[in-house]
Write a protein that binds this ligand. Sequence first.
Ligand SMILES: C[S@@+](CC[C@H](N)C(=O)[O-])C[C@H]1O[C@@H](n2cnc3c(N)ncnc32)[C@H](O)[C@@H]1O
Length: 424
Amino acid sequence: MQENQAAPMPNATAVHTDLEAEARRAAMVERIKDRQRTLGAPLPTRIEHALTVVPRHLFTPGARLESAYGDGAVITKTDACGVNLSSVSAPATIASMLGQLAVEPGQRVLEIGSGGYNAALLAELVGPEGEVTTMDIDAEVVDRARQCLDRAGYGRVRTVCGDGVFGAPDFGPYDRLIVTVGAEDIPASWINQLTSQGRMVVPLRTRALMRSWALDRDGDRLVSRSHLMCGFVPMQGVGSRQRARVDLQGGAVTLWADEGPEVDASVLEEALSSPRVQAWSGVTRRRGEPFGDLDLWLATTLEGTCVLTATQDAVNRSVVAPSWRLGTPALVEGASLAYRAKQRPVGDDGDTFEFGAFAHGSDAQRLAALLAERFRVWDSHVRGRLKPQMEVCPSSANDRDLPSGCVVDKPHSRIVLSWHAPTT
Ligand SMILES: C[S@@+](CC[C@H](N)C(=O)[O-])C[C@H]1O[C@@H](n2cnc3c(N)ncnc32)[C@H](O)[C@@H]1O
């Protein structure tokens, strides 16, 4: 630039946006750090750095800065019925799944389900020596991610359009594979495209419960290292699956019975209109205390469990009063149904709540008592003592070659869930 040439005037709106975005990003990172601290899993410094430098708002064009840096996912595509097809995932979910993935500099990573943002974070984590490929089944999503990545300075991330069930063999093998869409099974292609020491993180549904599992390769098997609660849009393409659902009361209450019991809608319809029976367990929790493993433990140790969801209207009309209307464990036997009840406050501090069961139908008394007893067993034998372990075995594995535990048979894998005391 010549000495007397005026410097170009910065665009005032752009500067304002950048500063505001930076401040909002810093606040988002602080909230994530607080959350991770509360969960007892401090945010690794390298992930904090990536979250701090990647401009998330450049991956959510059209969204206000408050939304881009808010706590929720930013929906980027819905179908004709309003069902979410694509989003930039919630930052806290992304951060904790990256923690599970434990990416090292120089590694080769495949992401299945693109939005651009997570791929940019991965690019920061692998550094200039590493490689990131992100793939999506939807060409529109891939184009969008490509444009956002280029605009944000991540031209080195590879974008691929294709069904993630097949992986992207041309660019593997991968040290890390992360799936950011809800999976119902683990196809062999994902295992085969991992290096022998590789790890995948996948939101996988077993017995109607989705958890993000970190799974390490061990020959032709995978063994879990950690799990987290999560929710993701369902997979499209050849990996999509019609879920086993039974709608009651015109869809006001739904039972999700993937790999669970046979549910007869007509007899349960009648049960639901019979009086509610309750059984309280004496087991309590403090406000904010996580208890997500209770549901997984029930689902894997008690035959007949499924998951109940209900509309807000059904809850308002007291048709059901579940612990969480978007997914509460339930137990079905013949013409009777029990579920984990909305917890009731106990004591004077306003911060202590008791687990209980509500039930309907001819056998309601027994089922409610049975569920309450399971809460007591969980409290005395499992809570804070045992952790779930998942082993993913090939679909060809014989029963005698499986570890002991709850076997969940999927089309492409045999999954075994068991409970153990943590080794460290
Ligand atoms: C939650 S979004 C991904 C979010 C993203 N990773 C981010 O950066 O926040 C899930 C994506 O998975 C994609 N998807 C669904 N089924 C797929 C499949 N079989 N293969 C690849 N992508 C798929 C959807 O099109 C959608 O864009």
